[in-house]
Design a protein around this ligand. Structure first.
Ligand code: GRF
Length: 186
């Protein structure tokens, strides 16, 4: 296995306490990894709120377990991407979020969100960037904080590969939040 960058995951650079708003559409295993990292005293942060857009998203159960408020903003109930994003911004501001962490958010976001939190939005992408972006020209750009690579093994199932990717994501996403916070201080 080739790790492009291999940070010591137990070491988080000292950083000011962060107020996170997590956005998730599905299972929320990355949300949980971040919440667990905070609980374990690695990431110095609090998750103020989880925003989710699918009523049956499993992230809600995980949020409950970590006592994090979860707010449903169902994209089907909004007339446009911008209207959804405006509702998200309002909610994130209500919860006094200063860093937005997209963790499996399966919607394209607009400048309405991006301009409300300049240089304070993180995203996670399951394939290596910049080579393997999503299939819309405007997505998955921006500064890369951490990357890890996993092998594709002979006879792999989608599930096996997904698990391998998730294991890496859970290691590096909490650290990426700390590193991004440090980098934006300078
Ligand atoms: C992750 O693999 C992430 O890279 C992609 O969606 C998946 C979300 O998984 N954008 P989870 O909901 O955090 O379990």
């Amino acid at each position: 296995m080739a790790a492009l960058i291999s940070p010591d995951h137990s070491e988080f650079p000292p950083h000011p306490r962060l107020k996170l708003g997590v956005m998730a559409s599905g299972s929320g295993s990355n949300f949980e990894a971040i919440a667990q990292s905070i609980q374990d005293g690695h990431l110095n942060a609090e998750i103020q709120v989880v925003i989710y857009n699918n009523p049956d998203a499993k992230v809600v159960d995980r949020a409950q377990r970590f006592n994090v408020p979860a707010v449903l903003l169902n994209h089907r109930e909004f007339g446009s991407r911008e209207e959804l994003d405006q509702a998200i911004v309002t909610s994130l501001k209500n919860y006094q979020v200063d860093w937005v962490v997209m963790a499996g958010w399966m919607r394209i976001v607009t400048p309405v969100l991006i301009n409300a939190f300049p240089n304070r939005i993180l995203n996670i992408h399951p394939s290596l960037l910049p080579s393997f972006k999503g299939n819309r020209a405007e997505v998955d750009s921006g500064k890369i904080i951490i990357q890890a690579a996993v092998p594709i093994l002979e006879g792999d199932t989608v599930e096996a590969l997904q698990n391998r990717i998730h294991a890496q994501e859970h290691q590096i996403y909490p650290a990426a939040i700390a590193i991004a916070a440090i980098q934006t201080q300078h």
